[in-house]
Design a protein around this ligand. Structure first.
Ligand SMILES: [Ca+2]
Length: 119
């Protein structure tokens, strides 16, 4: 088979595969992403307990966040990445919401207000 005959055959095979919905190279991956827990202290044990109970409610009611990135070059390449966010993001977001004056310490009042807004 010469190059002149190979090229139309190869093009025909690629078009045929494309018509069947086939892709020569396909990659699907999942990346788990999390962040460091933010440092926080609590005014009292009661503030910590109230805060952690509220965080568990938030965690139970929220679905894991996901994002997908995909790109395709028809017939040749299909590439997709799914990013799944970890549990520290819920905790850190809860700290940002609860510690309203951003002093790094959650008071009983801040914990109670946070707990009341998560019901
Ligand atoms: Ca505070």
């Amino acid at each position: 088979m010469t190059f002149r005959t190979f090229l139309p055959v190869a093009a025909g095979v690629l078009l045929g595969l494309g018509g069947l919905g086939c892709t020569l190279i396909s990659h699907q991956g999942t990346v788990h992403r999390d962040e460091q827990r933010l440092p926080i202290s609590f005014e009292t044990d009661a503030a910590a307990r109230t805060f952690y109970e509220a965080v568990e409610k938030v965690r139970a009611s929220s679905s894991p966040t996901e994002s997908k990135t995909e790109f395709h070059i028809p017939i040749i390449l299909s590439h997709g990445i799914t990013t799944v966010n970890g549990p520290h993001q819920v905790f850190n977001e809860s700290i940002r919401r609860a510690d309203t004056n951003q002093d790094g310490k959650i008071t009983e009042k801040e914990a109670r207000i946070f707990a009341d807004t998560t019901k």
